[in-house]
Ligand binder design. Sequence first.
Ligand code: CA
Length: 236
Amino acid sequence: MRRILVCEDEDAIRDFIMINLQRAGYQSVGVGSGEEAVKAYLQNDGRFDVAILDVMLPGIDGFEVCKTLRQHSQTLGIIMLTAKTQEIDKINGLMIGADDYVIKPFSPSELTARIDALCRRIGVSEAAPKKASEQSLESGPFRLDLKSRALYKNDEIIEVTQVEFQIMELFMRNTGAALKRSVILKNIWGEAYVGEEKIVDVNIRRIRMKIEDEPSNPEYLQTIWGYGYKWTVPQD
Ligand code: CA
């Protein structure tokens, strides 16, 4: 059974989330502060599949919790809960390692759909590569180790989340091809994803910060204006 950590300081919202998670077949642990969230995570030896973190919390905020949990695990799925007016918050949250965000108020089905999609992605990344003989993918200075799910640039490891790894795999399998935003979204977040395409842009920005020498002037992960992105390897 998938285990979810729920961090929300408003009791009514937290109960509402946990009741709906239970109905959807998830097991959940609920806490009311960021400090408690980190403690619960460590006490359970990180045995959670997804963490749902409210941004506005007393004490350390959801972003801090996200950053801390991400330091412990690259595979944990992290969803931020944010108020509608906090547009900037979701960008910040995603830049520090969250996989998705849900805007308050949300319906139970919206939240569980996001968790389902995230768990499917985690499930996919836990599975063995499609072809047993395929060990790695190479493109320019980059190498994706498909067995250990690690990314290397000039043989140096680059820390990536499982979502970022999947995006890199998609691009490296389609070198030179312009990929539409909606295609990337479907491939990585799944057909059933109900969020905005903006999540693609935020993840690309984060990957660029990790892999490009100059993230604002990308060499490898290029923007195709009004369309999407393309993976290119400069010839020298
Ligand atoms: Ca709150």
